[in-house]
Ligand binder design. Structure first.
Ligand code: SF4
Ligand code: SF4
Length: 196
């Protein structure tokens, strides 16, 4: 099966003011079951992460790699490239963190996954008494899913007050760059022709 190049969210560090509106919007967009940021009880789990150093402040997220290292290394087949980009199947993820180590941009996170407003749970067996166990929220692989189930598109792009985030279509960029190169060559060619 062939897919077109997958779009991805690109942030412009020159425009970002570090307000974290994108992280909040992302986390809220992935809380199902009527929970809003204002009434949130549990932790926020955004899928892009603001990186702040002395020199730069900008969110980083999944690039939806065409040959995704996270998908290649997952021992449980929980990460797949689909028509909507590289997606994590929480049902198959066991939280082993192999994908986190493999991601070249640090976009993978182990986070609480929510379903119908409730965290996905896991059973932890008591090492002393194997017959007893406790139930606690599971930390599973989580990353940008391009808001593929959201009708109005990526929540982070919509929320950024500085237009610092863009849903990039790689083919559009390639065509524009090729056109710019052709026009530049036309100018250079014309000048070179005059000199010869
Ligand atoms: S919402 Fe925009 S300006 Fe604010 S932190 Fe995110 S990218 Fe930066
Ligand atoms: S596109 Fe959606 S899932 Fe991806 S970082 Fe933006 S808000 Fe989060």
């Amino acid at each position: 099966m062939s897919y077109p190049l997958t779009p991805f969210i690109l942030a412009n560090a020159a425009k970002c003011i570090g307000c974290r509106a994108c992280e909040l919007a992302c986390a809220a967009a992935h809380l199902r079951g009527g929970v809003s940021v204002g009434s949130l009880q549990g932790p926020l789990s955004p899928r892009l992460y603001l990186i702040r150093t002395d020199d730069v402040c900008v969110p980083v997220g999944c690039r939806h790699c065409e040959d995704a290292p996270c998908a290649a290394v997952c021992p449980n087949g929980a990460i797949h490239r689909t028509k909507s980009g590289v997606q994590v199947d929480a049902e198959r993820c066991v939280g082993c963190k192999t994908c986190l180590a493999a991601c070249p941009v640090g976009a993978m996170e182990m986070a609480q996954i929510w379903k119908n407003g409730q965290p996905v749970l896991r059973r932890v067996t008591d090492p002393v008494d194997p017959d007893s166990y406790s139930v606690e929220p599971a930390l599973l692989a989580s990353k940008c899913d391009l808001c593929h189930e959201r009708k109005s598109g990526p929540a982070c792009v919509e929320a950024c007050p500085k237009d610092a985030l863009t849903l990039v279509d790689p083919m559009k960029i390639k065509k524009r760059r090729s056109l710019e190169a052709a026009l530049a060559l036309a100018g250079v060619g014309a000048r070179a022709g005059e000199e010869l």
